[in-house]
Every structure is written in structure tokens, then in C-alpha cells.
Design a protein around this ligand. Structure first.
Ligand code: FAD
Length: 621
């Protein structure tokens, strides 16, 4: 039978509370404005909004809706009602609560609202109860849970991106002796290296847009959206931890939260200090070249350090477990794993081009007359973004039906409003790009990847077979793009209209890319079926976003590293590699995440899983 719930306990969650743009105070995301209080009163059917105590309500989500189909632009809120508090502060609401009924998508009753603190407090609470439960001591007495093992387990976490950082945090909080090994540099030095790349064309092979503290997403737009569910406990714990390290609380509520590089850098510095205070050894400029494997067990790593561009002697270091959180640009690591017969499975991903428009154009496509209110990120109306997707059906192709083109998805990816196109190559002979932005998203440009899914069929069509087929496939187009650009990190570009008409020669609109662009026949970069899929979809996107194809729309090549081309199989519960004991492949590079938040969640889960194996953690994941 259905669970009997007490309406006067827990939380009622109210969805889709609409406040018109002109009635939004626009100051604080956490505010219960007068207009919002009116909406709450309406749902509760409470006659006098002003008699409702604001303290009983909290905004859990706020997003802006200015779609063409809606008549009036507005903010859409989700609000939680603390029922006991509400009734104690305003007893007259009791009758109204008693009449409140759950309605799908509008009102929900949560007897035990899933709420959690940041990861640090979660782990500390766990330790406190675990210690208390076992021997009656508080954690403050200094007797930690780990007293059970004869010595602290020694763990190497390889890679300081979101997955590696969160795995390190969990393990260190649970009392392990963790060494975080990162081939790149700390954010301060990495910032200078990226500056040298953008200004003087010097690509540091180990410290760039992909490698270094914070991982690939540090010089990025810092979008914190994820497909794994905003309200899950895991995502909330990650978001709260980011707030703990300095992210604005707004990210907990904003429907499309993002940080921007300027906020990520100080956040990562705070993260680092916290880990160091916990006793974590952090080795920057240290690359893992090999894993020491004996009798099927990972027993340590071989590293080489870099100093002043020199690679110093390699050194062997012993560990009880190795967490591999290297991201998907560490191609040398895939090769190394293969040499140890670690199973690697090629996986589908997507490739394509990055399109850039003037941000004002995207604002006007999305907002019409409201566009003038955007005021480059300073007003209430957020800088416009977009998300488009197209599934190519057989019928779409009409006269030119090609089975290689049909049944593919093409979609926009990693859209950066008010951002810039950046170079994410890790090797000068290869060219690949991505997008980044600062927190205010105030640049004149809007860019997004337009990518098409590719599978083993595509790799084999170019004679790439085996576990690294996808990597070879990526590399082929990165090299081709580098050649089309003519070297020196110059990006090959083509106007969207020329790309559609397979033409060249139109005059180029400006680009945000700092190292220069060169006109090229991007329609000849990919195999025909990929180009056709992009062309077919571009035309559809223009129907959805009229004006998307225009003379200012500039395609940049090439976008290849959308997600990992490989998965490293691991046990579903222990996260241990199915090929090597004591090795834990995590994050995007291992094929278990795509994006900052999902990588962080995977790292966090892996941290608990490893701790469980090493008897540092006895709870449920
Ligand atoms: P990574 O972040 O790639 O971290 C891996 C780390 O391992 C790196 O720091 C690397 O230096 C280190 N490493 C690799 N090999 C070795 C080795 N042999 N020894 C030691 N260390 C090693 N995602 C979003 O969700 N939102 C965004 O807005 C967004 N924008 C992006 C913009 C750019 C420019 C880029 C490049 C990516 C962006 N992404 C974004 C994707 C996001 O950055 C990744 O999904 C995420 O960082 C993956 O996390 P990870 O920890 O699995 O791997």
C-alpha cells in the first residue's frame, strides 16, 4: 500500500513558481521577493501573502525563461516549505497545508528531504558516528577510525582534475596517506604558462589548457550542469563542497550554474590548501610514466619530474592503491596500460567543429527585443545561450541517402556564452579547440561545439582497429586541422554558409581565437558522411534559431575531445580495474564521466569505494 505521510512534517516542494522579469528584485538569488511570496500564497491558497513568514521558505532553483513561445520573460522558481516552521510562525497556515495535495511536477511532499552538507562535513559526521559507535570516543579525542589498520594505507591519486581532487579529498578525510601526482603545474604557474601560449605561442607540453591543477576544466566556462540529476545527494555534496571552497552559493540554486575561470582559480587554491592541511602530499610537475604491477596487483608508480623543461630521472614509488584520474588527453597513459595488457574498450564519442557568433546575435535570436537588457552580463537577464540537437533520419537525406549519415545525432556541446575559443592541443603537431569564459561572460562572442556521434564503424572505415582506434581517429583530424591552419597554432576556419555550400573564399568575420585563424575548406576535413551530418543539422538548427546561419557565423576546426574514446573496465562496486588489482580508473579519461560535475561525482564515489576496500570506510556508497 502507499506510504502514509504526515502532511505537517518534512518539506513541501513547490515547482514552477513564475515571477515576471520586471518584478524580480534581481539582487539576491536566495531572496524570497514579494512577487515570489505572492506565487507561494497562490499555490498554498493562502489569502494574504504578506502574512506568510519568509523564513519558512527557501529557493532551491531559479532559472530564466525567455523562450519565444512564452509570452512574457520570467524567472521560474522551485521553493521548499519547511512545514513545521511555517505552522509555528503562522499557525493559520495549518488548515491550508492540510488541504495541500501532491501534484506531479507542481507540488511534492518530501517526508525526509534529501539534504546533505558538503563532502567534508559528510565524511566528518560519518567518522564521528563510526568512532562513537565502536568505542564510545568522539573523533575529537583523536582516536580515528583508521586505528584498525596497522599503518595508514598509502594511495597515489594520479591526476589533479575534478575526479582526482574529489577522490583525494574523500580518502584524505577518511585518514589515508594520499599523494596527489599531477603532471601539470599549480594554477598560479599554469596561468602564466597559458598566458605564454596565448601571447607568445609557447605550448608547454605538461602545463596547458588540458594539463595542470584543476584538470581540463580550469580554464573553461566552468559550467556545472550535469545530466546525472541536479538533486541527487551526490551532486549536491559536490556543489556544496565547491561552495565550501569559495564558489558563490548561487550555484546551488541557479538553473544553469557556471563558475568561469576567474572563480575556479581561487577555488582550486583553497582546495589545495585544505588537502595539504589534511597531510596530502601534492607533487606538481610530476608525470606518471608507468604503473608498477606485480602478480596482477598495482604496487606503485614510476614517475618523472620536470624542472626547467628538463625531465629528471625516473623514480619508483610504492603505494597500496593507485587511483588513475588522468583525463582523456593523457594518450600516453592509454598506451602504457595497453602495454600491461589492461583491457581497454573503444567507446563512441563525438567530433565536429566549433561555431562562433557575435553574442549580441545570439541574444537577439533568443530574446528578441529583450536582448538590449542583457548589458553584457551585468543586468538581470543572463547572457543568452542555446542548446540544439538533431537526430538525422533516413528521410532527412532525400536524394543523397547514405547509410553512414543516417541515424546519427548531431548536437551543440559545451556552449560558452560571452566566451572565447581556446587551444586545447597537448602536442604542437595536433590542433584541437574548445571554449572558455570568465564568470561575467562579458566577451563579444558566443561559441559552441557542433558535433556528430562517431562509433567503431567510423574508425574502421578509416582502417583504425583495436582498443586505441578512437584515439587514432581523433589524432587524424587533429593533425589534418593543424596542417590546414598551416602550423603555429593557427586555427582553420570557414564561414557556416561556405561550409554548407562547399565553397571557399567568403570574407571572414572576426574570431575570438587569439592565435590567429586561416580560411580553409573545413568541408574537406572530415569524411563526407560526417560533413553531411553536420551540414544537414546546421540547416535544421537555423530553423530552430533563425539567423544561426549568417555571414558572421564562423566554424573553427577541430573539436575532437568531447569525451573519452575509451573505457577502462572496472568492477561496478569496488571501482577496481577488472585487469589489475589495486588500480582504480576514474573520471572522464576512464570513460565514466563527461564534464566537471560528473567527473567530481565519480571521483568522490571512487574515493569511498577505495576506502572501503582498505577498511577506512564501512558505510554505504
Ligand atoms: P581532467 O580534468 O582531464 O584531469 C586529468 C588530470 O590528470 C590533468 O590535470 C592532467 O594534467 C593529469 N594527468 C594526466 N596524465 C597524467 C600523468 N601521466 N601523470 C600525472 N598527471 C596526469 N566541463 C564542464 O562540465 N563544463 C564546462 O564548462 C567545461 N568546459 C571545458 C572547457 C575546456 C577548455 C576543456 C578542455 C574542458 C571543459 N570541460 C567542461 C570538460 C571538463 O573539463 C572535463 O570533463 C573534466 O575536467 C574531466 O575531469 P577529470 O578529472 O576526469 O579529468
Amino acid at each position: 500500500g502507499s506510504k502514509v505521510t504526515n502532511k505537517f512534517e518534512g518539506t513541501w516542494r513547490l515547482f514552477k513558481l513564475l515571477v515576471p522579469l520586471d518584478q524580480d528584485p534581481g539582487k539576491d538569488f536566495l531572496d524570497i521577493s514579494d512577487a515570489l511570496l505572492q506565487q507561494i500564497a497562490k499555490v498554498l491558497k493562502f489569502p494574504v501573502a504578506s502574512l506568510l513568514p519568509r523564513e519558512a521558505f527557501s529557493v532551491v532553483r531559479k532559472s530564466f525563461d525567455a523562450r519565444k513561445r512564452v509570452k512574457e520573460p520570467k524567472f521560474v522558481h522551485t521553493v521548499d516549505v519547511d512545514v513545521e516552521r511555517l505552522i509555528s510562525l503562522q499557525p493559520r497556515t495549518r488548515d491550508f497545508i492540510s488541504r495541500l495535495e501532491p501534484k506531479v511536477g507542481l507540488v511534492e511532499h518530501m517526508q525526509d528531504r534529501k539534504d546533505c552538507g558538503d563532502l567534508i562535513s559528510i565524511v566528518r559526521d560519518y567518522k564521528e558516528t563510526a568512532v562513537k559507535g565502536e568505542n564510545g570516543h568522539s573523533i575529537l579525542s583523536g582516536e580515528l577510525h583508521q586505528i584498525k589498520v596497522s599503518r595508514k594505507p598509502k594511495i597515489a591519486v594520479v591526476g589533479g582534475g575534478p575526479s582526482g581532487l574529489f577522490a583525494t579529498l574523500v580518502l584524505a578525510e577518511l585518514g589515508a596517506d594520499v599523494t596527489l601526482i599531477e603532471r601539470g603545474q599549480p594554477v598560479e604557474k599554469r596561468g602564466r604558462d597559458i598566458g605564454a601560449l596565448v601571447v607568445r605561442r609557447i605550448l608547454e607540453l605538461e602545463s596547458n589548457f588540458c594539463f595542470g591543477e584543476g584538470g581540463a576544466g580550469t580554464w573553461s566556462d566552468g559550467k556545472l550542469v550535469t545530466r546525472i540529476g541536479r538533486n541527487t545527494g551526490s551532486v549536491l555534496a559536490i556543489m556544496r563542497t565547491l561552495v565550501h571552497f569559495g564558489a558563490p552559493e548561487q550555484i546551488l540554486i541557479d538553473g544553469k550554474p557556471h563558475l568561469g575561470t576567474d572563480r575556479l582559480v581561487p577555488l582550486l587554491r583553497n582546495f589545495r590548501r585544505h588537502l595539504q592541511d589534511l597531510g596530502v602530499t601534492i607533487k606538481f610537475g610530476t608525470r606518471v610514466d608507468d604503473i608498477v604491477i606485480k602478480d596482477g596487483h598495482a604496487q606503485g608508480v614510476t614517475v618523472s619530474e620536470s624542472a626547467d623543461k628538463l625531465r629528471l630521472r625516473s623514480q619508483k614509488m610504492e603505494y597500496d592503491a593507485v587511483v588513475l584520474a588522468v583525463g582523456h588527453s593523457a594518450r600516453d597513459i592509454y598506451q602504457m596500460l595497453l602495454s600491461h595488457n589492461v583491457e581497454l574498450i573503444p567507446k563512441d564519442f563525438a567530433v565536429g567543429l566549433r561555431i562562433e557568433h557575435p553574442q549580441e546575435l545570439i541574444n537577439s535570436i533568443q530574446y528578441s527585443e529583450l536582448a538590449s537588457e542583457v548589458a553584457r552580463g551585468r543586468g538581470k537577464v543572463p547572457v543568452a545561450d542555446y542548446k540544439v540537437a538533431n537526430y538525422i533520419e533516413k528521410e532527412d537525406l532525400r536524394e543523397s541517402y547514405d547509410p553512414m549519415v543516417a541515424n546519427r545525432s548531431c548536437y551543440s556541446f559545451c556552449m560558452c556564452p560571452g566566451g572565447q575559443v581556446v587551444l586545447t592541443s597537448t602536442d604542437p603537431s595536433e590542433m584541437c579547440i574548445n571554449g572558455m569564459s570568465f564568470s561575467r561572460r562579458a566577451s563579444r562572442w558566443a561559441n559552441a561545439a557542433l558535433v556528430v556521434t562517431v562509433t567503431m564503424k567510423d574508425f574502421e572505415a578509416l582502417n583504425y582497429y583495436g582498443p586505441l582506434a578512437g584515439v587514432e581517429f581523433q589524432r587524424e583530424f587533429e593533425r589534418k586541422a593543424a596542417m590546414m591552419g598551416g602550423g603555429n597554432f593557427i586555427v582553420p576556419v570557414q564561414t557556416a554558409t561556405d561550409f554548407l555550400n562547399k565553397l571557399s573564399g567568403s570574407s571572414l568575420p572576426p574570431s575570438s581565437y587569439r592565435l590567429g585563424v586561416k580560411a580553409a575548406n573545413l568541408h574537406q576535413l572530415f569524411p563526407d558522411h560526417i560533413t553531411e551530418a553536420l551540414q544537414n543539422s546546421l540547416a535544421k538548427f537555423d530553423n530552430e534559431l533563425p539567423g544561426f546561419i549568417c555571414k558572421e557565423a564562423l566554424l573553427h576546426g577541430v573539436e575532437t575531445r568531447t569525451s573519452s574514446p575509451i573505457q577502462i573496465p572496472r568492477d561496478i562496486l569496488s571501482y577496481e580495474s577488472t585487469s589489475v588489482k589495486g588500480l582504480y580508473p576514474v573520471g572522464e579519461g576512464a570513460g565514466y564521466a563527461g564534464g566537471i560535475v560528473s567527473a567530481a561525482v565519480d571521483g568522490m564515489h571512487a574515493g569511498f569505494a577505495v576506502a572501503k576496500q582498505l577498511s577506512l570506510f564501512h558505510g554505504d556508497l
